[in-house]
Write a protein that binds this ligand. Sequence first.
Ligand SMILES: Cc1ncc(COP(=O)(O)O)c(C=O)c1O
Length: 349
Amino acid sequence: MAESGVADRSVVDLRSDTVTRPTAGMREAMATAEVGDDVYGEDPTVNALEAEVAALFGHEAALFAPTGSMANQIALQTVVPPGDELLCDADAHVVTYEIGAAAAYGGISSRTWPAAGADLDPGVVAGMVRPDGYFAVPTRAIAVEQTHNRGGGGVIPLATLRELRRVADADGLALHCDGARIWHAHVADRVPLAEYGALFDTLSVCLSKGLGAPVGSLVVGSAERIGRARTIRKRMGGGMRQAGVLAAAGRYALAHHVDRLADDHAKAARLAEALAPFGVLAAPVRTNLVPLDLTKTELDARGLAAAARAEGVLISVLGPRQARLVTHLDADDDAIDRAAKVLTAILRH
Ligand SMILES: Cc1ncc(COP(=O)(O)O)c(C=O)c1O
């Protein structure tokens, strides 16, 4: 088990897997990283990270970006011209939490299928595609999320993705993967990253969620697309200089924190097992997210979160009666046991 960087061990923070702090080993890798000016393409650690991630997904190139949101938006701008259309899930991060960026920066028109999490139906998506023509907004790309955040960490099955690839190919569309937590899907379903990579034209993958790096995502794709992505990143203000200190954290995370995600999945399953008798699980737990639906209880999400906080356990409120717990590198087995004890005690009363 990797060492934890949590400063205050008395608080169990299960709001998100973004709350992790760099471990001692990661900080050491950052402190000793070789760096250069990445806008000149001269940071050896960034270059190494980009090459490594491109190879992992079997693509020609990758581009380091500060955040998952920026990586998604850069990728989308490479596949959908201004005025044209992107199809995605109504609960997708790209249309829920990226503050209208596709429209504001890319001039991209988005249309959504009814929220389905990981259970999306490629037939429904196929029925939404609008062909090229002057009379309607032409569809250019389809985006999916692996794993699905608002879909409770669900994993889209490989067969569904292959079917979606056929849908995209039938109409010459690009397929984008918001792979902020694709590592979790890889570990849960034992699908090689390159197999996922082969299905998508572009991917964004994140180092600062479950992998525990403080900063960083990558856009993955063809050399031609990543060349354009580099220009778009600069336009969006994402050209960083001695970013090798951050890339070093990402390289360390890839080397040390991918396989251990199975521990986080096991911890989420244990939490789910403890909470299941109260009828509050919104969906089966597949990875590191535990989505809660409190409609069968007398509690609302704010009430549960406040009561848990008073006992030193932090959870996320997603809606009036929806909440979420997320397991990660900085919440060890004892922390999970404590959270389960606190939450079950609140639910029992
Ligand atoms: C599925 C998904 N995509 C993208 C992002 C965006 O990442 P960032 O917060 O680094 O912009 C997140 C963040 O939680 C996410 O869950």
